[in-house]
Design a protein around this ligand. Structure first.
Ligand code: MG
Length: 357
């Protein structure tokens, strides 16, 4: 009888515990990708799996080199998280689980996001509910994604516009070098609305204002991160004078940063890899709305795993820049779709993405 009871206890334990597994990968761009931070042809990522009751949730950390995380730091963090995850037997209490993960070490934002995404996917599957429903979203209220044009020679830019002709909006990367030439090249071939992303590339507030004035009659939706991320004083100066809306990206990373945005920016770009994942992104959306900020959900170069996770929240925002998986050669997941750029959420439980076998 005693042996039988021990056996039952072991079966009970192995049925209900959570298991974390993970593996490093590299995503390769279809074309070299140049922005103000530099040019690259690949991005390291780590894929995670959280298993409970035989059901698997999928997650991802994307690690562009200008941020502080790498394969090594993410694998170290996830190795530390593994025994902690194992003793957390109730994945459905998402906030509790994520608080325990957050206590392991500060920073490691993308590593934490990979657990957050896998946890939301797992819980969605356990409840048989898509994440967009979990966040009380209306499925059809998704925005159109922009299609990104990196910094390139005129003939490459024209080729990329042709490749992205089904998309309604382009996102144009500038860096303060040949900006007017890039915009003039685009306007030779299309009058579609464009969003501008400077990635902190304009040297000072006067150059920024002159450029924004020049862009103001060129069908531009908004200007993203024109100045250095910690230059709130000049950002405030520009915010008061700009004829176009200005969005923060690098300046606003986490929930605790949002209140800085209200006097310096008209909107913010929320990314799962900057804010530890879907749980905090949702909190940021609610706070930003209280402050009357416009909202964009963006991405790094990611597979359709992290893209689909971010897409679950897009019915709550004004704009989306979720073309990360469209720009890579080796998308390791199949997930949300796009129709002429509009994000099409599916009915699959969780984040709505499955690995490509
Ligand atoms: Mg940006």
């Amino acid at each position: 009888m005693k042996i039988f009871k021990s056996y039952c206890r072991i079966i009970y334990y192995f049925r209900f515990y959570m298991k974390l597994t993970f593996s490093p990968h590299t995503l390769y761009f279809k074309r070299p990708f140049k922005i103000a931070h530099g040019t690259r042809s690949s991005t390291p990522i780590v894929l995670t799996q959280l298993e409970h009751e035989g059901i698997i949730g999928y997650g991802e950390a994307s690690l562009p080199p200008y941020l502080s995380e790498s394969h090594q730091t993410v694998l170290e963090f996830l190795n530390r998280a593994t025994p902690i995850i194992k003793i957390l037997q109730n994945p459905v209490d998402i906030e509790f689980v994520l608080n325990e993960i957050d206590k392991i070490a500060p920073n490691n934002i993308a590593a934490k996001a990979s657990i957050d995404i896998a946890l939301h996917d797992l819980v969605g599957k356990l409840k048989n509910e898509p994440c967009w429903k979990h966040f009380s979203c209306i499925k059809g209220n998704t925005p159109f994604t922009t299609y990104t044009l990196g910094i390139d020679e005129p003939e490459i830019i024209k080729l990329k516009i042709k490749e992205g002709e089904e998309y309604k909006y382009f996102k144009v990367k500038l860096n303060g070098e040949n900006d007017k030439q890039i915009i003039n090249t685009i306007r030779e071939v299309t009058d579609k609305p464009i969003a501008i992303d400077v990635n902190q590339g304009w040297r000072d507030k006067y150059i920024a204002l002159e450029m924004i004035n020049w862009l103001s009659d060129k069908n531009v939706l908004f200007i993203e991160q024109p100045l250095q991320k910690d230059n709130y004083e000049d950002s405030h100066w520009l915010f008061e004078r700009s004829p176009l809306p200005i969005f923060a990206d690098e300046s606003i990373q986490r929930y605790s940063d949002i209140d800085y945005a209200k006097n310096c920016f008209h909107g913010i770009n929320i990314k799962l890899m900057k804010c530890t994942g879907m749980f905090e992104a949702h909190k940021m959306i609610k706070r930003a709305r209280e402050l009357n900020l416009k909202l964009l959900i963006g991405c790094m170069s990611e597979t359709s795993c992290a893209i689909s996770a971010a897409a679950q929240l897009t019915p709550l925002v004004d704009y989306a820049d979720l073309d990360g998986a469209l720009l890579i050669k080796n998308n390791l997941f199949k997930g949300v779709d796009f129709y002429e750029g509009k994000i099409i959420l599916n009915e699959m439980p969780g984040i709505g993405a499955v690995p490509v076998s």
